[in-house]
Design a protein around this ligand. Structure first.
Ligand SMILES: NCC(=O)CCC(=O)O
Ligand SMILES: [Mg+2]
Length: 322
């Protein structure tokens, strides 16, 4: 035998030398769930270790995470049914608790990178990402609502807007509106290839945002398709997206690779709630080691070409690195 690949695995120091990929806390965005009120911290049943916070406790949580080196956060609001309507009007009400909280976060921690989601579902009485008429999700009529929501979020100081709705043309629509209103520095991380996935289940529990009828297959992508992601990526890039995101991550590592091989912008991957909960559920049964599974998952997402990972594991990962 002339070639013995095992020689490069013979000790930890050699293994470290030949290691091709690594995950840093700098790569991570930590999604956080916000609820209205004060002194509230409620664990999400289907996501052990993940909580919904009122703003006062969220500020504490952010501070703690920043001490661990996490500098980027994506905040999602959970709205009560009573504040939802068909046109998601609460999403751009300047007095709404979500927008006030975002402003407060940026005021207290101007150095962090704050991301927010642009989509109707948390505010929609239909639980869909677009305006509903006669059981259909309207595309162009939805853009105007997404536009108002985007401006309201840019206004309170959000650094990166994350349109997660999958309506056609929304990146360009939002980009134009931001530029016209003086928000040239507000970035867009487009949910470019967002698949109609079973792995969002726990997230919809966390926000009580499940669709009230039907499913999201007329706007989110079919898990069977990969080449279609190239069309979505072409459009988003042309329309001014600063980052392209693939979601979910684990069943879509090939899509992450496809976009990272073909597009020069940073690629992000959303390691979604169901991917987190699967690990936690198995670990609770002692069926696998949660820490090792987490590290392997994050590494695989990096290895496939994502620079950025949105993950509920962020704090746990950061703690391990300390
Ligand atoms: N727009 C954000 C999400 O839908 C997150 C899904 C998840 O974590 O399951
Ligand atoms: Mg698109």
């Amino acid at each position: 035998m002339q070639r013995r690949p095992r020689r490069n695995r013979k000790s930890e120091s050699v293994r470290n030398l030949v290691e091709e990929t690594s995950v840093s806390v700098k790569d991570l965005i930590f999604p956080l769930f916000l609820i209205e009120g004060q002194k509230k911290q409620v664990e999400v049943n289907s996501m052990p270790g993940i909580y919904r916070y009122s703003i006062d406790l969220m500020l504490k949580e952010i501070e703690e995470c920043m001490k661990l080196g996490i500098m980027s956060f994506d905040v999602f609001p959970a709205y009560p049914e009573s504040l939802k309507d068909q046109i998601a009007s609460e999403s751009y009400n300047p007095e709404t608790f979500y927008l006030k909280a975002l402003k407060e976060i940026k005021r207290k921690f101007p150095e962090l990178c704050l991301m927010s989601d642009v989509a109707m579902d948390p505010y929609s009485s239909d639980g869909h990402d677009g305006l509903v008429k006669n059981g259909k999700i309207l595309n162009d009529e939805t853009l105007a609502i997404l536009g108002k929501m985007s401006l309201a979020q840019a206004e309170v100081g959000v650094d990166i807007l994350g349109p997660s709705d999958m309506m056609d043309g929304r990146v360009g629509y939002i980009r134009n509106l931001l530029d016209e209103n003086g928000f040239k520095e507000t970035s867009i991380m487009s949910y470019t290839a967002k698949y109609a996935s079973a792995f969002y289940g726990p997230f919809r529990d966390a926000l009580d945002s499940a669709p009230k009828f039907g499913d999201k297959k007329t706007y989110q992508m079919n898990p069977a398709n990969s080449r279609e992601a190239l069309i979505e990526a072409d459009l988003d890039l042309e329309e001014g997206a600063d980052f392209l995101m693939v979601k979910p991550a684990l069943s879509y590592l090939d899509i992450i690779k496809l976009l990272s091989d073909n597009y020069p912008v940073p690629i992000a991957a959303y390691n979604v709630s169901g991917e987190y909960s699967m690990v936690k559920a198995a670990a609770a049964n002692d069926w696998l080691d949660s820490e090792r599974a987490m590290l392997e998952i994050l590494l695989s997402i990096k290895r496939s070409g994502a620079k950025i990972i949105l993950t509920y594991f962020a704090k746990e990962f950061a703690r391990l690195q300390k």
